[in-house]
Design a protein around this ligand. Structure first.
Ligand code: C2E
Ligand code: CA
Ligand code: CA
Ligand code: CA
Length: 278
């Protein structure tokens, strides 16, 4: 009886896996097409200086405008891309598009930095920094206007190699931020060793910081920790004014979140940006 149950469980599970992997394979094939046929799009979410309210940059967030499924969020396809080599052309597409956008803003007399998210596989790719360097030259973009966000988990696959790649980015004058800070491992040792300028506090801590004492403690101590390492802090997921006010009192430098602006297509970003005093 036990064996049968076990067998049933197994076959049920593997059927699940099969239909799952078929869907994934289709997705992966589609993703190749998406890159070639321009179905990808960058949305931009502004980040503000909490003291002045000025927008000093934005984060590029990838969207897939799928011909059948509509706008697909990154959570539905990036983890898949990250399991394969397709993350390389994908990230290259993101970097190239971001570079073109910075150039276009510069031609309009605007200096807006764009932060791009890179994956673990990009961080262990020793060619990545030289590709980025070529793009910066091709589009004649000041290096400080490109920022790179990495997560702590992206560093653990091959910490030694990742460290080398990060060091190369640093030498190029590119600003680096640790994303989703507090959700990964060994945060302290990375803070000591990595040439980073910014910590982004994960929105899971920011979201309830006014109602949850533990979250409040985490946010407050992360800001203190960052400052003692001479780092800037960006709070993500700021959804209301009271949270923004408390972050200001805690000396958090920058904020990002729906309360300020959602991630939007470039035309909406421009309208939002032009309507503010920057
Ligand atoms: P992330 O880097 O932590 O990006 C922030 C996510 O929080 C974005 O989700 C953004 O839309 C969302 N967000 C921003 N403000 C708020 C808020 O006030 N409230 C709430 N509830 N959410 C907020 P999104 O765009 O769905 O991206 C999800 C994740 O996908 C990103 O998390 C990032 O890890 C990944 N991702 C996005 N674009 C790229 C990319 O080009 N390359 C790579 N490798 N990963 C990307
Ligand atoms: Ca990010
Ligand atoms: Ca984040
Ligand atoms: Ca996150």
């Amino acid at each position: 009886y036990h064996a049968k149950t076990h067998g049933e469980t197994c076959s049920f599970y593997s059927n699940e896996l099969d239909s799952h992997s078929t869907r994934r394979l289709t997705m992966l094939a589609d993703l190749g097409t998406a890159i070639r046929e321009n179905q990808l799009q960058l949305y931009y979410q502004p980040r503000i200086d909490i003291k002045t309210g000025a927008c000093n940059g934005c984060e590029a967030l990838l969207r897939w405008d799928h011909p059948l499924h509509g706008m697909v969020p990154p959570a539905d396809f990036i983890p898949l891309a990250e399991m394969t080599e397709i993350i390389h052309p994908l990230s290259l597409w993101v970097l190239t598009s971001a570079m073109k956008q910075i150039r276009s803003w510069m031609d309009q007399g605007k200096e807006i930095a764009i932060a791009v998210n890179l994956s673990a596989r990009n961080l262990i790719d020793i060619h990545c920094p030289s590709q980025v360097k070529s793009l910066l030259e091709e589009f004649d973009v000041p290096h400080r206007l490109l920022e790179i966000e990495i997560t702590e988990s992206a560093l653990i696959t091959d910490p030694h190699r990742a460290m080398q790649v990060v060091e190369e980015f640093h030498k190029l004058g590119i600003h680096l931020a640790i994303d989703d800070f507090g959700t990964g491992y060994s945060s302290m040792s990375y803070l000591k060793r990595l040439p980073i300028q910014t910590l982004k506090i994960d929105r899971s801590f920011v979201k309830d910081m006014l109602s949850d004492d533990a979250d409040a403690v985490i946010v407050r101590s992360t800001i203190g920790l960052a400052h003692s390492f001479g780092l800037n802090v960006v709070a993500e997921g700021v959804e209301d004014e009271p949270t923004l006010m408390v972050l200001r009192n805690l000396q958090c430098e920058q904020a990002q979140g729906y309360h300020i602006c959602r991630p939007v297509p470039v035309a909406d970003f421009d309208a939002w940006y032009d309507a503010r005093l920057n």
